[in-house]
Design a protein around this ligand. Structure first.
Ligand SMILES: O=P(O)(O)O[C@H]1O[C@H](CO)[C@@H](O)[C@H]1O
Ligand SMILES: O=c1cc[nH]c(=O)[nH]1
Length: 297
């Protein structure tokens, strides 16, 4: 088929260069067939964490992978679950979320958008650093919002709710002097936040486009934004505050909403950036996060 360029419409075929399907019928990067994924998906950053989640499955029906994208699908009791690694960063989230959505919402035979769309439930189990002194290492934190400091959502159309817009106004006022950063904001799925995230610490998670200077770390290269952690942890909007830093949540929340999926990010806090501490036993904290999410999902 020759390529149809431009914006996709629901009655148009999506071209072979916009949506790449491998010769075996699988989606380009994830290497998955539509039937390979469950409607509830756990994402993790680290490919090695996929097995740490699926070891709790009662039955594993599928293990596939390509590059950093490792997928296991199986059952916990009667519930079918997929766990999938995204690797690091929102550039990978762009790939994972567009391809997960294509697996459920595009007919791979006709290359058309399906008439009935499926809304996936997607829960990230990640690691993160806290920026508030009362959030110690070992905390399990559910992100009420993802605040992206990367560029991903400069390339997508996004509509904010009234609440998101009010919070965004305060964010723009606080961070407006950082001329090269164009922040974006999306709330968690409310139901997931109040079920899986219930009784967890909750707060705004900043998603950074890097681990070092973009998270206020100073090793040898000089930082362009001085006192970044103080700038972050002094932000307030009514009773809302920024609680932690990592590298995927904002992209996940924003693309999930754009594509009609439900998302929550649960963070095992491995670092306290204000107390200059990093966990000596990160695996134990991640294990706790995995068990808690699997009990509640
Ligand atoms: O442990 P994961 O899920 O990868 O999450 C965090 O750890 C990585 C950085 O070390 C980034 O991906 C960050 O978001
Ligand atoms: O400080 C931290 C810890 C884990 N992951 C991050 O991105 N930052």
């Amino acid at each position: 088929m020759s390529g149809i360029c431009g914006q996709k419409q629901s009655n148009m075929k999506i071209s072979e260069s916009d949506l790449i399907i491998n010769p075996d019928g699988s989606i380009y990067h994830l290497n998955l067939l539509p039937e390979d994924i469950a409607e509830t998906v756990i994402t993790v950053g680290d490919p090695d964490r996929v097995g740490e989640v699926s070891k709790y499955f009662d039955q594993v029906e599928l293990k596939k992978g390509k590059r950093e994208f490792i997928t296991h699908t199986g059952f916990v009791g009667k519930k079918r679950l997929t766990v999938l690694s995204t690797g690091i960063g929102t550039d990978n989230i762009d790939i994972v979320f567009n391809e997960l959505d294509a697996l459920v919402n595009i007919d791979f035979e006709t290359r058309e958008i399906k008439k009935e769309l499926t809304s996936l439930t997607i829960v990230r189990i990640g690691t993160s650093g806290a920026v508030q002194p009362d959030i110690p290492m070992g905390t399990l934190l559910a992100s009420s919002h993802g605040l992206g400091m990367d560029a991903l959502m400069s390339y997508y159309q996004q509509q904010l709710s009234g609440d998101e817009q009010l919070l965004m106004n305060d964010i723009k006022a606080h961070f407006g002097h950082l001329e090269n950063i164009n922040p974006y904001l999306t709330a968690a799925d409310d139901t997931l936040l109040n079920t899986i995230g219930k009784d967890m610490h909750q707060g705004i998670t900043i998603t950074a486009p890097g681990f070092y200077a973009p998270q206020g770390r100073l090793v040898r290269a000089k930082n362009a934004v001085p006192d970044f952690i103080s700038l972050i942890n002094s932000f307030r909007s009514n009773r809302r505050r920024i609680t932690n830093l990592e590298m995927e949540t904002a992209g996940i929340y924003a693309l999930a909403k754009v594509l009609g999926h439900k998302a929550l990010s649960v963070n095992a806090i491995l670092a306290s950036r204000v107390n200059f501490e990093f966990s000596s036993n990160p695996n134990k904290m991640v294990e706790q996060a995995i068990k808690t999410v699997l009990e509640r999902i």
